[in-house]
Design a protein around this ligand. Structure first.
Ligand code: EPZ
Length: 416
């Protein structure tokens, strides 16, 4: 079955190593298209979104090989060909191939990228910004065609912060003619990792990690070996598991410096944390109420990707809690599923009011998207009885093996 079975009600005890970051790996793999030769990417997670990205690269003529955690991408064979629709339609990250492909090949026809049910995920800002760099884009109902000679730099004063738009513009600008300014740029650690990769390959990028990026186009980049940083959202997922079920766990490689807003929230909920150079030690469970709303925001604010996970933690804290989702318009998809387990959560627009003191019992629940699916597995660890979470394929998009990682932490869980 495409599911996970969880025997709930046990405390966690153990340690697990945090995988490489999905949201850093994907733009870095797209960036290899800008480099004529073979790049070596280590610590790239073995997840389905990466698998689809590698298929897209192969469909363009790249040769991809994986030996243990070393991925080699040889782009010397890039030819003129369309990307397979079954991969493009499956995930959002294909849109960031646009900037890289225009820089490398000058033309691309692409279906509108897919995504999950958390929001309509438009790409209007991507297309408007690329037009400012000399890209001609003709839009059809199902697909669009983008053409450009050598891209030229531009000053982008963006209407709001977008991770994907920032990434696409960095990829389009690094080989463009002249200077490109991006403001406000996203400050997520995944953007920093992408900039680190490109600078190591000879790119000229200033301001990584700030809200103003200045990129001086260069003529050529050279192949590099690069290590993908650990995934802060996966680390936050296992932190939330301990908040729900209680216990004592060590998260090896957890990037504590990139998680301050999350760690602060976990401590307010009652967890005792030790931030160590080699990872994060977590003791205890969520047992206190948050005095103020949990509000998601762009980095360094509380990440929207951990909102569902912390909703589950609040549901088990015994206290009331209020959540405001400010990034996506439909990111409370797990509420009906948590209510099947006995939770009492009222949704009003982009706010959710979680009533505490409810005993949650396991049952069969349905994952509707990646992080909500992970949150249901985490909730099942703490609920009474045996639970099933279906549609595991959503979870496999971002987690190498959620059952194995949680078994490392002492959970009774198996693929079903
Ligand atoms: C990235 O998505 C991540 N995905 C998401 O992670 C993450 O939730 C999101 O950033 C926010 O941090 C990857 O990195 C592959 P945005 P992205 O552009 O780039 C709107 C996960 O679970 N918008 O910052 O798509 C958009 O609809 C995934 O790993 C436009 O309106 O996010 C959203 O409301 C889920 N027009 C807001 O901006 C555009 O042209 C922020 O989205 C582009 C975006």
């Amino acid at each position: 079955m495409d599911a996970v079975r969880i025997y709930g009600g046990n405390c966690l005890k153990g340690q697990t190593k945090i995988q490489g970051s999905k949201n850093a790996s994907l733009p870095i793999l797209a960036a290899t298209l800008l480099i004529d030769g073979t790049c070596e990417i280590t610590n790239c997670p073995d997840i389905s979104d990466v698998y689809h990205m590698l298929r897209l690269l192969e469909s363009l003529g790249c040769v991809v090989s994986r030996e243990a955690d070393m991925l080699r991408v040889d782009t010397r064979g890039i030819a003129e060909c369309d990307m397979p629709a079954d991969s493009v339609g499956v995930m959002r990250s294909s849109i960031m191939l646009l900037g890289a492909l225009l820089a490398r090949m000058g033309e691309i026809t692409m279906e509108y990228p897919g995504g999950c049910v958390i929001g309509k995920r438009p790409i209007d800002q991507h297309l408007q910004a690329l037009r400012r760099m000399g890209v001609e884009i003709s839009e059809e109902p199902e697909e669009f065609c983008a053409k450009a000679g050598r891209l030229h730099g531009a000053v982008h004063e963006l209407p709001f912060v977008s991770v994907g738009v920032t990434e696409n513009l960095v990829l389009a600008a690094v080989l463009a003619e002249g200077e490109t300014v991006i403001h406000p740029a996203a400050r997520e650690p995944e953007i920093q990792a992408l900039c680190d990769f490109l600078v190591s390959a000879g790119g000229k990028i200033k301001g990584a990690g700030t809200d103003r990026l200045v990129i001086e186009g260069v003529k050529k980049l050279h192949p590099v070996r690069f290590r993908v940083p650990a995934d802060r959202i996966v680390a936050g997922t296992w932190l939330a598991a301990c908040l729900c079920a209680g216990g004592s766990v060590f998260l090896e490689d957890a990037p504590c410096g990139q998680m301050e807003s999350v760690l602060a929230c976990a401590e307010k909920l009652g967890a005792r944390l030790r931030r160590l150079p080699e990872g994060l030690h977590v003791e205890g469970r969520a047992c206190k109420g948050l005095k103020e709303d949990l509000v998601t925001a762009v980095y360094p604010g509380f990440p929207t990707d951990l909102q569902s996970l912390f909703m589950a933690a609040i549901a088990f804290s015994g206290q009331d809690g209020r959540i405001e989702e400010t990034v996506f318009e439909n990111r409370f998809r797990i509420v009906p599923e948590l209510e099947k387990m006995g939770a009492d959560i009222r949704v009003e627009g982009n706010r959710a009011y979680v009533r505490g003191g409810r005993k949650l019992r396991n049952t069969i629940v349905e994952a509707k998207e990646l992080r909500g699916g992970a949150a249901l597995v985490v909730a099942a660890l703490a609920a009474e009885g045996t639970g099933i979470v279906t549609n595991r394929h959503f979870i496999d998009r971002g987690y190498e093996d959620i059952a194995r990682s949680l078994r490392d932490l002492g959970a009774e869980i198996e693929l079903a």
